[in-house]
Design a protein around this ligand. Structure first.
Ligand code: CAA
Length: 296
């Protein structure tokens, strides 16, 4: 990880494709944050939701964050208007025909992603980069359903996307080095810290983070109070305790990632903790539903 990270910074990747206009597909937490990041950095952004309501929810989330920045004296009304003016909401994927890069942040389900990649291949102009922010699925499988696998790449943002600097830039075997360099340069341009990763389950961060989060749930199952575990880990200078972080990421997303890791690497001890499965079955998905391990 350190080598990749040092390399990304030291090599000053050269961008060969100019990236001006950006497309984002999806209307969840990640998609909204990614729309905000690109628009704040000066890119025109077209974002596509399945319904007008869902697209409007993205716009509302971005505006709420901009209002928060105004309240803190970090942005003025003119700055907010400039960001809003760069946003275009759409409900048809055809709106992505002239973007230079698409970042998809739709459901973490391979069949749904493959259906999208087939469409993007049909709709997007030649040379457009097709990026996925999947946290656990294979980039190569997404690339394989397109006629342009060299232009398909992973661009894994972290939650909350407007705040977290890290982006894992994930190359599959067929991804062109030029496309990887373009995406790394783009990350630097939008104020992010790119780290190059191979197309391996969990990439770097999730392969290390989620077994820890799963172990925290098991520790709790063995009788240690959640609050004590959160307190102890925060006292090690982590920004959040494991249960707080699970609730931010979403317990459904966390369960999906842990399941992918155990399937990929077969470590028996990595089987998702029973309580993680239980909270997901009960719909206690975390902050987004108002209740997860903690109540909000
Ligand atoms: N959206 C936009 N901005 C947000 C935000 C959000 N959801 N949450 C916080 N912020 C902003 C605040 O407005 C504030 O901005 P300013 O400094 O400009 O005022 C800044 O972030 C800091 O926020 P706070 O002071 O309110 O709160 P904090 O100091 O407790 O920080 C945090 C909040 C950044 C979320 C911090 O708790 C943190 O770093 N948590 C860990 C997050 C993490 O590890 N994420 C990775 C999860 S794994 C993953 O995402 C991968 C995957 O595939 C699932």
């Amino acid at each position: 990880a350190e080598e990749a990270s040092a390399g990304a910074a030291a090599e000053e990747p050269v961008s060969h494709h100019p990236v001006a206009k950006v497309g984002v597909v999806g209307t969840g937490t990640m998609a909204s944050g990614i729309v905000e990041v690109f628009a704040k950095a000066g890119h025109d952004v077209v974002f596509v939701g399945r319904t007008d309501e869902k697209a409007a929810a993205v716009q509302a989330r971005v505006e709420k964050n901009l209002d928060r920045a105004i309240a803190k004296g970090k942005l003025d009304e003119a700055g907010k208007s400039a960001v809003i003016d760069r946003l275009t909401a759409a409900t048809e994927r055809e709106a992505l025909g002239d973007v230079d890069i698409v970042v998809e942040a739709i459901a973490e389900d391979l069949d749904i992603k493959l259906e999208l990649f087939r469409d993007l291949d049909r709709i997007c102009k030649p040379g457009a980069i097709l990026a996925t922010t999947t946290s656990s699925l294979s980039i190569a499988e997404c690339a394989a359903v397109t006629s342009r696998p060299a232009d398909v790449i992973g661009m894994h943002f972290f939650n909350p996307a407007p705040v977290m600097k890290l982006v894992e830039v994930v190359s599959a075997d067929g991804t062109s080095p030029e496309v990887a360099d373009t995406v790394k340069t783009l990350c630097l341009d939008i104020g992010k810290h790119p780290v190059s990763c191979g197309d391996r389950a969990g990439f770097i961060v999730n392969a290390l983070l989620f077994p820890y989060l799963n172990d925290a749930v098991r520790l709790h199952e063995s009788g240690v109070p959640m609050g004590d575990i959160d307190d102890a880990m925060k006292a090690t200078k982590l920004p959040m305790g494991p249960f707080e972080l699970l609730d931010v990421v979403g317990n459904d997303v966390s369960l999906a990632i842990q399941t992918t890791l155990v399937e990929a690497f077969g470590h028996e001890g990595w089987t998702p903790a029973a309580t993680l499965q239980k909270v997901v079955a009960e719909g206690k998905l975390g902050r987004k539903t108002g209740e997860g391990f903690h109540t909000y």
